[in-house]
Design a binder for this molecule. Structure first.
Ligand SMILES: Cc1cc2nc3c(=O)[nH]c(=O)nc-3n(C[C@H](O)[C@H](O)[C@H](O)COP(=O)(O)O)c2cc1C
Length: 186
């Protein structure tokens, strides 16, 4: 199974989270971890699973590099690819648009044929008024708030990495080098 992480970052937080996910899942399992700045959408083709990292900016908008990709995504077919989202936002500063960009990009990939439903994350522990990333009682991906709850990030990452390994059916096939840290206890 070919798995890649692609993300954009303005101030570095999403890069830190992407690097942590990469190290927890292991480089043997996740062969790519790329900042999409100065990259092309073609580089995302051919993966079975895309782990997509995105922060929300400008009150509900996509960060610049994702916005550039978004405008061209309609030309691409992601049938056969599973998308798994992780999003960063600020639930205190932007409670009405919390993680909007994650929901916007997730839906766009589904429109282009990708399959979702992996890595959904409970909304219960967060305080916000509105979010385009919400599906029922869950966000469409991992919700990270480095602005207000950095102390919760590592445990959220451990739990989520173990969750997606289970959901992707990978726990039984990875060797000890690929095991997500703390997967057994999460
Ligand atoms: C000007 C500005 C606008 C923002 N708008 C939102 C927003 O609408 N929704 C949200 O959840 N977070 C918002 N944020 C918070 C960022 O998403 C958050 O700080 C994130 O961790 C930045 O990640 P990055 O460093 O990878 O770009 C905003 C931050 C700034 C400075």
């Amino acid at each position: 199974m070919k798995i890649g992480i692609f993300y954009a970052t303005n101030t570095g937080f999403t890069k830190d989270i992407a690097d942590k996910i990469h190290s927890k899942l292991g480089p043997k399992l996740v062969t790519t971890c790329k900042n999409i700045e100065d990259r092309t959408i073609d580089e995302m083709l051919g993966y079975d699973v895309l782990l997509l990292g995105i922060a929300t900016w400008d009150a509900g908008d996509l960060p610049y590099d994702w916005a550039e990709f978004y405008d061209d995504l309609h030309k691409y077919d992601f049938t056969g690819t599973r998308v798994v989202m992780f999003g960063l936002g600020d639930q205190v500063g932007y409670p009405e648009t919390f993680l909007d960009a994650m929901g916007i990009v997730y839906r766009k990939f589904l429109e282009q044929g990708a399959h979702g439903d992996c890595g959904f994350w409970p909304t219960a522990a967060y305080e916000y008024f509105g979010s385009l990333a919400v599906y029922g009682e869950t966000f469409c991906g991992l919700a990270i708030d480095e602005d207000n709850e950095p102390e919760l990030t590592d445990s959220r990452l451990d739990k989520w990495c173990a969750q997606i390994m289970r959901e992707l059916g990978l726990l039984q096939v990875c060797d000890s080098n690929d095991q997500p840290n703390n997967a057994a206890t999460a």
